[in-house]
Design a protein around this ligand. Structure first.
Ligand code: C5P
Length: 294
């Protein structure tokens, strides 16, 4: 299950249901969580988590993978006879703006459907994904895709080439609802969001240089206000030669676009050395969405 970044994240005024209308371009990158599903006793749903930030992952109903398993059992199975133990190996940081929880939710849907031999149409699976969270349908799809609605309506985008990214993890997570609330304070007159045409042009030509200057995240000012240190991280990355830099989603992970694998190695070394962030990883995108292995 890959992580995602948003190449564009344009946000409108809060809707009556509290969610914000989005015009976003999702991009799946090669940083993966693994979710394994095994039979458990009927009506027993359990999750075990290891790896990056495991101690911060909820093990109760706040866990999206567990919620996914229960939702699938309730809607598509003889649910009183189904049970599962989910084992999650995390590489995607928790509360990092990389949709790690959403990826785990999407993976759990697929893994449980396989385990329980539930024959579910792709359309219905996408519907369940959308119920679980705004980013979950994209986690099933992967690649590069345009998202609308509250983010749950996704359509593959015309995009050429492979891009090299450097991801800088923050010392602390950021709460997505808190970032959206602060966005509302900063933007009392937000307009209906639109996908930036220049960014779509850059993706069509496959030009990393053009993409670098068109990256666009409306949540970035709110994230920077809540964690001012992120501004320094973004500046440092640009000084070290990134083609573009932005906060990923609601943050605090910062994503830097570079033009080659060697440039990614150089930038990761420079960023690691100056100690502004907790950890630095390299990734490429786009990559496919949730996949069943083994
Ligand atoms: O959909 P998801 O559960 O991932 O959203 C988490 C939170 O992020 C929501 O409760 C809401 O506060 C905020 N959000 C939003 N508008 C969106 C997506 C998320 O306000 N389009």
């Amino acid at each position: 299950m890959p992580a995602k970044i948003n190449l564009a994240l344009k946000v409108g005024p809060a809707r009556a249901d509290g969610f914000h209308p989005l015009a976003t371009v999702y991009h799946a990158v090669s940083l993966y969580d693994e979710v394994h599903a095994a039979w458990a006793n009927p009506d027993e749903f359990e999750v075990v988590v290891s790896g990056e930030g495991a101690d911060q992952v909820p093990l109760d109903d706040g866990n999206l993978a567990l919620r996914a398993a229960r939702l699938l059992a309730r809607t598509h199975g003889p649910h009183d006879s189904l049970g599962v133990t989910l084992t999650i190996k995390k590489s995607i940081p928790v509360a990092g703006g990389l949709a790690g929880g959403s990826s785990d939710g999407a993976a759990a849907l697929l893994a449980c459907a396989m385990l329980w031999d539930i024959d579910i149409a792709p359309e219905a699976l996408r519907g369940l994904a959308g119920e679980l969270g705004s980013d979950v349908p994209f986690a099933l799809l992967g690649g590069t895709a345009v998202g609308s609605g509250r983010g749950e309506e996704v359509v593959p985008a015309l995009a050429k080439g492979t891009y090299h990214w450097v991801l800088a993890f923050g010392h602390q997570g950021l709460s997505t609802p808190a970032v959206y609330r602060h966005f509302d304070e900063l933007n009392p007159h937000a307009r209906q969001p639109e996908i930036p045409a220049e960014l779509m042009n850059a993706l069509r030509t496959g030009s990393a240089h053009q993409l670098g200057v068109t990256l666009d995240n409306d949540l970035q000012p709110a994230a920077l206000d809540l964690q001012p240190r992120l501004g320094q991280v973004l500046e440092a990355g640009m000084e070290y030669g990134a083609l573009g830099a932005m906060v990923s989603g609601s943050g605090p992970t910062c994503a830097f676009l570079v033009d080659s694998e060697p440039a990614a190695v150089d930038l990761s070394i420079a960023l690691s050395a100056d100690g502004l962030c907790r950890a630095v990883r390299r990734a490429t995108g786009p990559v496919p969405g949730a996949r069943v292995v083994g």
